[in-house]
Ligand binder design. Structure first.
Ligand code: NDP
Ligand code: OXD
Length: 312
């Protein structure tokens, strides 16, 4: 039996789609009449404190989110495998967001938008894409997809991960020891890391000061679309004001929704979007998790299982 436990999401839409996809395999929601001991799989997003109570027959937790940082902090998380969401459409959406913001910043849209508002005719020419380097923090499912598409647009692409990688056309760096070298020739920094103790607060003034200066007029750029816990927003504001950063695009924030009094809302060189870079799609999501359930029930191993020690 599959139990759905989704907060802030249209649970009935997912429930109906699961019922259709899983056929005779029962799907239940909170409030339905069922025996908790019969639940084999639970599909969650922002589970409440009692979400796992009585689930003595549980075989796996299925996470609607690709990021599992909040789930891993659940005080009653059972000791069963956690499967996270991995989906081509999710990757495509994220890459669409990254490409849109990289190309905007490369062509200095924040500067031209400000000039237009001021009716100022100020010509300047950005470097060509091949002379502009995009550094991607996180070379996992999302980071590698973004890297591929940025390469196709002729940007110089660099990437940083925990373990060493070899990706065609991408200069790869790994671990804390190579972080400075990775930053040193990066003009546009894209954050696609998971939130773990090691990555918390990594987007801070010290990091920004290590980015390459002189290639992009006005200074280097950051694009964050992973987790707000990575960023020190007071440092981002200061860096955008003192020129350490030329511009930023932020999709995630330390506190969401972004508080009304945040200075980020009104900085001319900052794009703010409300955590919309990529959203899990019920159609492809149900197809993905239904296959995982069916395969697992027929004896195949689970895929995309979270490593709890690594934290992602
Ligand atoms: P993956 O687990 O596939 O990839 C994570 C990458 O980060 C890996 O390359 C990993 O290195 C690297 N990494 C992890 N820790 C470190 C570290 N300490 N130092 C350097 N590199 C590190 O994740 P995804 O690509 O699927 O997703 C990334 C994140 O994006 C999610 O965790 C989620 O928080 C966020 N997200 C945001 C969305 C939004 O709408 N804003 C939507 C979907 C996801 P290695 O390869 O060596 O393991
Ligand atoms: C996710 C998200 O992790 O939507 O999937 O942020």
């Amino acid at each position: 039996m599959l139990l759905l436990h989704l907060t802030d999401v249209d649970e009935s839409r997912w429930g109906n789609a699961y019922a259709e996809a899983l056929g005779t395999y029962p799907v239940v929601r909170r409030g339905d009449d069922f025996n908790p001991a019969d639940i084999e799989y639970i599909f969650v997003w922002k589970p409440k404190a009692d979400a796992f109570d009585g689930l003595t027959g549980l075989k796996a937790v299925l996470s609607l989110g690709a990021g599992v940082d909040a789930l891993l902090k659940h005080p009653n998380l059972p000791d069963v495998p956690i499967v996270r969401f991995v989906d081509d459409q999710l990757s495509q959406q994220m890459t669409d967001y990254v490409v849109a913001h990289v190309t905007m910043h490369h062509r200095r849209f924040t500067r031209f938008a400000a000039d237009q508002k001021a009716r100022a005719w100020r010509q300047f020419y950005p470097p060509i894409s091949s002379e502009t380097s995009v550094g991607i923090m996180g070379l996992g499912v999302l980071g590698q997809d973004a890297a591929r598409r940025l390469r196709a647009l002729d940007f110089t692409v660099r990437g940083w991960s925990r373990s060493p990688k070899s990706i065609e056309g991408v200069e790869c760096f790994a671990g804390p020891g190579q972080f400075e070298a990775f930053l040193a020739e990066t003009d546009i920094l894209v954050d696609l890391l998971p939130l773990t103790p090691d990555t918390t607060g990594i987007l801070n003034m010290e990091t920004f000061r290590k980015l390459r200066r002189g290639r992009l007029e006005d200074g280097p750029v950051i694009i964050t679309a992973a987790r707000g816990g990575h960023q020190r927003e007071a440092d981002i504001v200061a860096a955008l004001q003192d020129g350490t950063l030329g511009a930023a695009s932020l999709d995630v924030f330390e506190v969401e929704p972004l508080p009304q009094d945040s200075p980020l809302w009104s900085l001319e060189n900052c794009f703010v979007t409300p955590h919309i870079a990529a959203i899990s799609n019920p159609r492809t999501g149900v197809r993905y998790f239904s296959k995982i359930i069916s395969d697992h029930r027929s004896g195949k191993p689970l895929v995309n299982v979270v490593d709890r020690d690594r934290g992602y």
